[in-house]
Design a protein around this ligand. Structure first.
Ligand code: NAP
Length: 159
């Protein structure tokens, strides 16, 4: 299983229920990597998408304990066991913080967008993979920049 996430210098990923920043280049890459695949996400992350709608061109597996939650175009699971039974091995975990934390151990490839910036209002994060001996950097791209914000793509592999 894969995961994809954008982190800042402190491995923070969100603020006030939304992304820290939207980088159009990163969004394009996210689309290119995930299109045609299954994505796994939490109900709060779905709420950040345009219109709160599941992503097109991908099978959306959404975690929620709310029995009435049934967004068109998505499949809702009330527990991880049921979701994992439905998730193919090439799925992408796309957030948020609670879902990354629950499924990190199931993933073997992590596509990390490292934003070389510190966002003071950040209120949720992702585990620092540089401090996890089971993860190592497999590929590190060049420094890119958008709107004055430097970032790079780093792929981590388990093992
Ligand atoms: N930087 C990035 O790449 C990135 C990517 C994605 C998200 N984010 C950010 O992450 C933040 C959201 O993260 P979050 O942790 O607050 O929310 P989340 O993980 O997106 O969603 C949490 C919700 O998912 C459901 N859920 C989670 N675990 C479950 C389980 N084991 N069984 C059943 N339902 C479960 C619950 O929904 P119910 O309340 O409906 O029961 C829970 O309230 C936002 O700031 C968002 O912008 C950042």
């Amino acid at each position: 299983m894969n995961l994809i996430v954008a982190v800042d210098q402190n491995w923070a990923i969100g603020s006030g229920g939304d992304q820290l920043v939207y980088l159009s280049e990163d969004l394009k890459r996210f689309k290119a990597l995930t299109l045609g695949h299954t994505v796994i996400l939490g109900r709060k992350t779905l709420a950040t998408f345009p219109g709160g709608r599941p992503l097109k061109g991908r099978r959306n597996l959404i975690l929620s304990r709310s029995p009435d939650f049934a967004p068109a175009g998505g499949e809702v699971f009330s527990d991880l066991t049921a979701l994992l039974a439905a998730a193919p091995a090439d799925s992408f975990v796309i957030g948020g913080a609670s879902v990354y934390a629950a499924l990190l151990e199931r993933c073997d490839t992590a596509y990390i967008t490292k934003i070389d910036w510190s966002f003071p209002g950040a209120d949720c994060g992702f585990p620092d993979l540089d401090k996890r001996p089971e993860w190592s950097v497999a590929e590190e791209g060049p420094e890119l920049e958008e709107g004055g914000i430097p970032f790079r793509y780093v792929t981590y592999k388990r093992g």
